[in-house]
Design a protein around this ligand. Structure first.
Ligand SMILES: [Ca+2]
Length: 241
């Protein structure tokens, strides 16, 4: 059977779409870097049914009866957190609330924090409005972190319940920096370190809390807390990609 040229390209287009869809679905699945990781919370209520791990079990069922939601006791200072197990470039954090009639009013003033250690965090997202079903907090620019923590601000005396927390990101290395020519960073300098090379400088940034960009002058590696920059001929800035 002879196939026309237009039909041939339509077929190629269809196949390409199928390939792209499959690839995208794969990427979506593998980029939830929180799934299956060790999770903790301020306290356990109904520990057999409401443990912290239920929010990273990969099950997005939003009904308590689905046995896949975490649940603290009624308390001030409730929090939930996950150890990603290594440093990643975090791009977004999504939280999924309970949607049964009982308790979905509790996700109010949700605050998302990230940190390099269990005890050092900074705020990267806050939602004043009530989260009825789910909400995504994008990090722009993405940032290095090993820990992700969910809490409430303002704080109030109630349980914190989450049915799933999905963290989008990827494993990082010093190559996860983007080179920008003819600009200089205008962010605040967190620290200045000796570095043998720009790769070494980027690595130091990679393991430093809040570092989002670096610039090098001879062997002096400046760690910057933002990727803000301005034109300056001959200068080079490396920002978290
Ligand atoms: Ca779950």
């Amino acid at each position: 059977m002879k196939i026309s040229e237009s039909s041939f390209y339509a077929l190629v287009h269809l196949v390409m779409n199928l390939v792209v869809n499959v690839v995208c679905q794969d990427v979506t699945l593998v980029t939830n870097i929180a799934e299956g990781k060790n999770a903790y919370q301020s306290s356990d209520a109904f520990s057999a049914e409401g443990g912290a791990h239920f929010s990273v079990d990969g099950n997005f069922n939003q009904y308590w009866s689905g046995q896949s939601c975490s649940h603290t006791k009624t308390e001030f200072g409730a929090y939930w957190q996950v150890d990603l197990g290594d440093i990643y470039v975090v791009q977004a954090v999504s939280v999924y609330n309970r949607i049964d009639d009982c308790c979905n009013y509790l996700l109010i003033g949700i605050e998302v924090l990230i940190g390099m250690t269990r005890d050092t965090y900074r705020v990267v997202g806050h939602e004043d409005e009530h989260i009825y079903t789910n909400h995504t907090f994008p990090l722009s620019p993405p940032a290095f972190a090993r820990w992700v923590r969910i809490t409430r601000n303002p704080d109030f005396n109630s349980a914190l319940m989450l049915c799933e927390v999905a963290v989008t990101g990827y494993k990082s290395s010093s190559r996860s920096f983007k080179r920008i020519s003819d600009v200089t960073g205008t962010g605040e300098t967190l620290d200045t370190k000796f570095a043998r090379s720009i790769e070494h400088c980027c690595y130091i940034c990679f393991i430093t809390q809040d570092c989002l960009a670096v610039k090098m002058d001879n062997s002096q590696c400046s760690l910057l807390n933002s990727d803000n920059n301005q034109s300056e001929l001959g200068q080079t800035l490396y920002v978290v990609n």
